[in-house]
Write a protein that binds this ligand. Structure first.
Ligand SMILES: *Cc1c(COP(=O)(O)O)cnc(C)c1O
Length: 379
């Protein structure tokens, strides 16, 4: 909506929304096929969806839930909150279930941001932090991740002002894959002033294979201050299409988030699938190892092409390619969808989701062609 837009929304939509560009999602195969004219199979490695789908127990629970679809879901996802609370060793009143981690981030913004407040985070990172801040008329304040793609907690701490209300820490960071260790995280949390709510976004927690990684779900032991931890069933649990995630937070924070949420936001099928998945510890461990091995083979093959992916602790790799848009378009013309990172604050890099071996083979051959065509700038 431009300033001279005289449509109804152009005149009367909330001021903060007029300059706001919509979320830029990974492109879907049908759109890409239509635009490029490519007729072969499309491989989507653009949205960090888990390479495996829901667990068998979750599929069975979903079938039952479908049969009961006439009924509203449980308001506030009560049963799931209890199971998650038991799993994480917190009280049920400290768990907030929403339609994905995205909805958690949205509700935190709605609950806590007044116009003029500041929201601090590092870039490049998940760009919903920015959009949700702008939606509320708040001001994003950013500092750069470090050279390894890890959140720079010292710079972030220095960016906190008297106006800061939310501080995001994305670890492993989307899109770089960088991980923060336990001690720096604890020091950072301890040093934050009381008027700031830190939000630790752990959408990729299950992929981390590192003994020195905190389970901030036990954050009360990590830090005495109010803190929010975001988790999702969209990535390793294989349920991105169901829309379900949650936060662990102080009970007062959960209560105020519930006030801005539709009580039936999370549908019956998603709740049932999540309930059936929480305890799948061994299967998660198997998926973690499979991802780690597959990611390291992919990183080695990309490195062999002369490119330099950042060290990643999640299910994706980030690499500098020159013009990310051009490279992404060239790969799309060869049937491969990756994510150019301009919307996330890095127009020179792309992000590639870890996929199957066959998908990697197709990706590598397309990358090789694009390199030979001179579309990638390795410098
Ligand atoms: C995927 C993702 C989320 C949550 O996604 P949902 O599908 O809404 O659960 C949150 N934060 C980051 C950094 C992500 O990559």
């Amino acid at each position: 909506m431009a300033d001279n837009d005289m449509s109804f929304a152009g005149r009367y939509a909330r001021r903060a929304l007029r300059a706001l560009a919509p979320y830029s999602a990974g492109r879907d195969p049908d759109t890409v096929r239509r635009e490029t004219g490519y007729t072969g199979p499309m491989i989507k490695l653009a949205s960090n969806e888990g390479v495996e789908g829901p667990f068998p127990e979750a599929l069975a629970a979903m079938q039952e839930a479908v049969a009961a679809a006439r009924r509203y879901p449980e308001a506030g996802a009560r049963a799931l909150r209890h199971v998650l609370a038991g799993h994480h060793g917190v009280g049920a009143e400290e768990v907030f279930v929403a339609a994905g981690g995205c909805a958690v981030i949205q509700h935190l913004a709605s609950a806590f941001l007044e116009p003029g407040d500041e929201v601090a985070y590092c870039t490049p990172t998940f760009h919903l932090y920015r959009l949700e801040a702008l939606r509320m008329g708040a001001k994003p304040v950013t500092v750069s991740v470090d050279a390894q793609g890890v959140y720079d907690l010292e710079a972030l701490r220095a960016a906190v002002t008297a106006r800061t209300r939310l501080v995001y820490v994305c670890t492993p960071n989307n899109p770089t894959g960088g991980l923060i260790k336990r001690d720096p995280l604890r020091r950072f949390l301890d040093a934050l002033p009381a008027h700031v709510l830190p939000v630790i976004d752990e959408a990729y927690f299950e992929y981390v294979d590192d003994g020195d990684y905190p389970d901030p779900a036990r954050v009360k032991k990590l830090s005495g201050r109010p803190t929010v931890i975001v988790r999702t069933f969209s990535k390793m649990f294989g349920m991105a299409g169901l829309r379900i995630g949650y936060a662990i937070a102080p009970r007062d924070v959960v209560e105020v988030c519930q006030k801005v949420q539709n009580p039936y936001e999370v549908n019956r099928i998603a709740q049932a699938a999540a309930l059936a998945s929480v305890k799948a510890g061994e299967e998660l461990a198997r998926r973690m190892r499979a991802n780690r091995d597959s990611r390291s083979r992919l990183a080695a093959a990309i490195t062999a092409l002369g490119l330099a992916p950042l060290p990643s602790h999640a299910n994706f790799l980030c690499l500098r390619v020159g013009s990310a848009r051009n490279v992404a378009r060239a790969l799309e013309g060869r049937g491969i969808i990756v994510r150019p990172l301009d919307a996330m604050g890095d127009p020179a890099s792309i992000r590639i989701t870890v996929g199957s071996e066959a998908e990697h083979a197709a990706l590598l051959s397309a990358l090789d062609e694009v390199l030979r065509a001179g579309i990638i700038d390795r410098s």
